[in-house]
Design a protein around this ligand. Structure first.
Ligand code: SAM
Ligand code: SF4
Length: 332
């Protein structure tokens, strides 16, 4: 089957799939507390998700990242991971992975490892229980730490993702860096992106530039830039004193679009070919109209032809540069 090549010559090898828009946390930068979720009928069933993901794998997608909302709160989600495991065993898929808030990892880590997951990204912005409660509104730090421990015991490699927040991360970044060094976890900082209505909080109040974070890090450590790229927005440095690798995801300050090999599927079957653009293609219609895989393949190819050259994030342009959908809908 032909690989998916977009009009700018980029071959699509990486699919992120949001399997639910629901979550057991309400992180202040992601959702409002009284978030309204989509009706179940709009959400793809696990069988539909299987059909769609398998179509992408047929077209040369080698890496599948499951996200949400919180992927591990979706009922029976392990059966979906298990189903995707067959593409690992066939050799079509090189990696099956997930991004999670960690709250349900304690009970799922061993099964995830059993079906072939090797790495997991856990979002953790703070090691302080009070701050954790304030930032996630509904989460409990202790439960997430137990989840991370369970992942390690199951042999999963853990990467911690921390959103850079003015004030909070400024105070705590060295604790996070040192904890990750001790525990052997990779660490990536993410700049807050202007996505979705999150209630009263002001985006610009939350935003802390990774340029500032990096400068602060360089006051204590020797930073060596690493050439390593994943096709995504992350850049990496090594801290010479500890040997740790630290990632930076800076969609607002850097342009990474030319090497972008990824697309995102929402839990309703919308394919977003760019995180920073509003446009999407509806694959659910093609999926539900018939059981014909040729029609689905055509719809996927047509969607990839619409992948834009680059993103459109810009705080300075006010509303025009913001994206109205939530990260939990598109999948971070
Ligand atoms: N619930 C899972 C979790 O938190 O890992 C998966 C979905 S969550 C939307 C994926 C990632 O997006 C998390 O690391 C989260 O911190 C990040 N995120 C959410 N809203 C964001 C925003 N407005 N800007 C930057 N990152 C955001
Ligand atoms: Fe839920 Fe993840 Fe959004 Fe936090 S960042 S509210 S854990 S989806």
């Amino acid at each position: 089957m032909d690989a998916l090549v977009d009009p700018f010559g980029r071959t699509i090898r990486y699919l992120r799939v949001s399997v639910t828009d629901r979550c057991d946390f309400r992180c202040v930068y992601c959702m409002s507390e009284d978030m309204t979720f989509l009706p179940k009928s709009e959400i793809l069933t696990l069988e539909e998700l299987d059909r769609l993901c398998s179509a992408f794998v047929r077209h040369g997608v080698e890496k599948l990242r499951i996200t949400g909302g919180e992927p591990l709160v979706r009922r029976n989600i392990l059966s979906f991971f298990e189903a995707m495991g067959r593409h690992l065993r066939s050799g079509a898929l090189r990696e099956l992975t997930l991004t999670t808030n960690g709250s349900q990892l304690e009970r799922h880590a061993a099964d995830l490892a059993r079906v072939g997951v090797r790495r997991v990204n856990v979002s953790l912005d703070t090691l302080d229980p009070e701050r954790f409660r304030r930032l996630t509104r509904w989460g409990r730090l202790e439960q997430v730490l137990r989840g991370i421990e369970a992942a390690r015991e199951a042999g999963l490699r853990v990467k911690i993702n921390a959103v850079a927040l003015k004030g909070d991360t400024e105070e705590e970044m060295f604790d996070l860096v040192q904890w990750c060094a001790r525990e052997g976890h990779d660490l990536t900082f993410i700049e807050v992106m202007p996505m979705g209505d999150i209630g009263n909080e002001m985006r610009l109040d939350q935003f802390w530039s990774l340029r500032d974070l990096r400068a602060r890090l360089a006051e204590r450590y020797t930073l060596t830039d690493l050439a390593e790229r994943t096709g995504g927005p992350a850049r990496y440095v090594r801290l010479e004193e500890t040997g740790q690798k630290i990632g930076f995801i800076t969609p607002l300050s850097h342009n990474f679009c030319e090497s972008c090999n990824r697309v995102r599927l929402t839990c309703t079957g919308q394919l977003h070919t760019c995180l920073g653009q509003e446009g999407a293609s509806d694959l659910r219609a093609a999926l539900r109209e018939s059981g014909n895989e040729d029609l689905l393949d055509d719809a996927i190819r047509a969607a990839i032809r619409l992948k834009p050259k680059g993103h459109d994030f810009d705080y300075s342009r006010g509303v025009g540069g913001r994206i109205s959908r939530h990260m939990s809908h598109t999948g971070g």
